[in-house]
Design a protein. Structure first.
Length: 133
């Protein structure tokens, strides 16, 4: 019968296991440090967003002005979303003209414009009017 070797006391703790694997703690520390530095100093490059919100609004406004059903918006909203596979960052710029007698979700005119967050390219323009007569 094989003899059971006693397990060293320090290998039962997490630190003892790390010490039992030479080089592993240093590797983990270096990788963590590289990730932390890249996230702190280069956050935009990690997110895929090269176009600022103001640039996306200006690009979307130019696309709205060029559209045959253009209007002068009263309210502008922007959101950044990731779409597709692999995920691509897109600025969604919403321009609206509210319904005078309606609530916050009712509008006379509404435009949703998708702007690619890396290139600034217009991907989609949807302009609609209210169905209320």
């Amino acid at each position: 019968m094989p003899e059971d070797k006693p397990v060293p006391e320090n290998s039962k703790s997490p630190w003892g296991r790390l010490r039992a694997m030479p080089g592993r703690p240093v590797l983990l520390l270096v990788v963590g440090l590289i990730l932390a530095v890249s996230l702190v100093f280069f956050p935009a490059s990690c997110s895929g967003v090269d176009i600022e919100e103001d640039q996306a609004i200006a690009t979307a406004r130019a696309a709205l002005d060029a559209h045959p059903e253009s209007f002068t918006p009263e309210r502008t909203e922007t959101k950044i979303l990731r779409q597709g596979f692999p995920p691509t960052a897109m600025w969604i710029v919403l321009f609206t003209v509210g319904e005078p007698d309606g609530g916050p979700e009712q509008f006379l005119h509404h435009a949703a414009i998708w702007v690619h967050a890396s290139s600034g390219e217009i991907r989609q323009v949807i302009v609609s009017e209210s169905d209320v007569s």
